[in-house]
Structures are given as C-alpha cells and as structure tokens.
Design a protein around this ligand. Structure first.
Ligand code: RIB
Ligand code: CA
Length: 313
C-alpha cells in the first residue's frame, strides 16, 4: 500500500483530485492538508470536508494550514470557483470538522514519523509545504515524490506569465523547487491538453449516484469560466491531472529540467522559469510535464467515479 498526502485548496478541480485519490485501492490517503488559495482557508477547509462527506470518507483527517502566503497578501479565485469556492452542486454540511493540529505541524510530524518516504500531491499554493521545509529542510528526504499542479512552460492563467498556484505564493514555490525533492510539475501546458467537454461531463453524470453527480455538477459549473475565458464548452481539470500523473506516470510526457520561480518581477511575478536548453547551468530539479495522454486520463477518471458511485454518507 503506497501512502500519500494531499495538500489542496478546494476548488472544483481539487475536489476531483480528492475523489481520484480515494478511488485508488492501492493508495492510503494519510491525510489532507488544506491551504488558502481558490478561496479563504475557512472555505477551502469546509469544501474539503463537504467532498469527503459525499464520498463517505470523513475518516480521512483534514488539517487546516496557512491562511495566507508566506510573504504576501492572499489572492483568491472567486471568479472561477464562486463565493463558496465550490459553487454549483448543493452539498451536505459535514458531520465532522478539521483536526485541531495546524497542517504545517502535522505535515512536519507525519513526515518525521514515516519510516519510508511517502508521496505528496500538491494542488494549491505551496504555502504549507514551503513552511514545513523552511522549518526543517531535512524533511525533503521523507518525500518519495512530489507531484504538484502548478506553473507553466508557456502562458499563465492569472497573469500572462504566471499560473495561479505559483502566483499566490512564489516564495513558497521557490522553496519547494529548490528543496531537492523528486518533483513532477503538472503545469498548464499539460492540463489544457486534458479538457473534459460537455459530452464527457454528461457521460460521467450518467454513471449515477451521489459522487458522479457531484463531480458532474462541479465540472459543469467550472466549465462556465472556461467558456467565458477561452470560448470552450468544457473545462480543464488541472488538479486531477496531478493525481493521474502520480498513479500512472506514463500518462505524462516530461523532461528533466531546471525550474525556478520569479519572486521579484513586476510583469512576471510567480512565473515558473523553465530552463528548456540548460542555458543557466543550474542542476535540473523537476520532471516538467509537456503532454498528457488525454484518453488515458479520462478513462481513469471515469473508472474512479464508477468505483465511488455507490459510496456516500
Ligand atoms: O491554475 C489552476 C490551479 O489553481 C488549480 O489548482 C486550481 O484549483 C487553482 O488552485
Ligand atoms: Ca487547486
């Protein structure tokens, strides 16, 4: 059984990522650390608990983490995810709350305690992980692989230069990229190649049951943003691509390259600077995603939702 931690900011695509981790019978989800990002921390924690409730998995411990970036003011994304951070479906109130321990304390304690390095999937701003590594950089050796949704080789989405997760906390992101962890970057270059269109979403809805219905409602809601922004009747499912990359690495096409994060730019703040041709002479530190097998991704998502169709609380 492989052990994994998810660090996230639900968010519609984070919710799908949670479901895809729960659906994998070979993965043990040790806990979910939550960060402010798509919405404020109180809302991203509440959303995490709501998704776990629908999935019948309120046994998974949830830890509230950083309510703001390490060195900046918080930027949120209500324009994508709505005021709740998970607008669209009518979701139940969770019967449980988050654990008492702060996520940064739990992450540090858990990584220290595990005998074998474990996997970490990060699908929000990297404030929690940045703080853990600032506190004790040796904890990097307890992470077998970090798969993060964030960054881009080409265009950004929150500015022309920067992708949202990195843009919100560039200092944390640079701390993570330079920590010496085996890292896979699932950026926008990848996630925009795995779009789900209206027909795909309705096929997922047709699986039936509370979880597929919630997933379809979430995807339909966030498609509205993609239609406004990109003129496409569908949506990228950014964070779910990171989970697919963890579970089925062959789904991703990557190159081992140097990635650093701009923290002092005016137009380029939060940009992942990918050294495509090694011109900096800096040691490559990241498996950078360039492409994804969309059919394999969609098939995995469909199989996962079918597996979860019967579960609910
Ligand atoms: O840029 C997309 C990323 O920012 C996704 O993780 C989304 O959930 C938001 O956090
Ligand atoms: Ca996210």
């Amino acid at each position: 059984m492989r052990h994994v931690i998810l660090d996230c900011d639900p968010g519609h695509d984070d919710a799908i990522a949670i479901l895809m981790l729960l659906a994998d019978p070979d993965l043990a989800l040790d806990g979910i650390s939550v960060v402010a990002g798509n919405q404020t921390l109180d809302k991203t924690v509440h959303n995490t608990l709501r998704v776990l409730t629908v999935a019948g998995r309120t046994d998974v411990p949830v830890y509230a983490g950083m309510a703001r970036p390490m060195a900046r003011d918080l930027v949120t994304a209500a324009y994508v995810h709505g005021e709740s951070g998970l607008d669209g479906p009518d979701l139940p109130e969770p019967p449980v709350g988050p654990a008492q321990m702060h996520a940064v304390d739990w992450l540090a304690q858990h990584l220290e305690a595990v005998e074998e390095p474990i996997d970490v999937v990060a699908t929000g701003p990297l404030s929690n992980l940045g703080m853990v590594l600032r506190r004790d950089s040796t904890l990097a050796r307890k992470v077998r692989r970090l798969v993060l949704m964030g960054g881009a080789v080409a265009e950004g989405n929150v500015t022309p230069s920067a992708e949202f997760n990195i843009y919100v906390d560039p200092e944390a992101a640079q701390t993570v990229f330079e920590a010496g962890i085996a890292t896979t970057m699932v950026g926008l270059d990848v996630t925009h190649r795995a779009m789900l269109y209206r027909g795909d979403i309705e096929r997922l809805r047709a699986i039936g049951g509370p979880v597929p219905t919630m997933a379809a409602d979430l995807l339909a809601f966030v498609s509205r943003f993609h239609l406004r922004r990109y003129g496409v009747d569908g949506t990228a499912v950014h964070d779910a691509c990171a989970v697919a990359a963890l579970r089925q690495p062959d789904v991703l096409t990557t190159r081992h390259l140097r990635v650093d994060v701009e923290t002092r730019g005016s137009l380029t703040d939060g940009r992942t600077v990918v050294d495509l041709w090694g011109v900096t002479g800096r040691e490559p530190n990241t498996e950078v995603g360039f492409d994804i097998d969309r059919d394999a991704f969609v098939a995995l998502l469909e199989k996962d939702l079918a597996r979860l169709a019967g579960s609910s609380e």
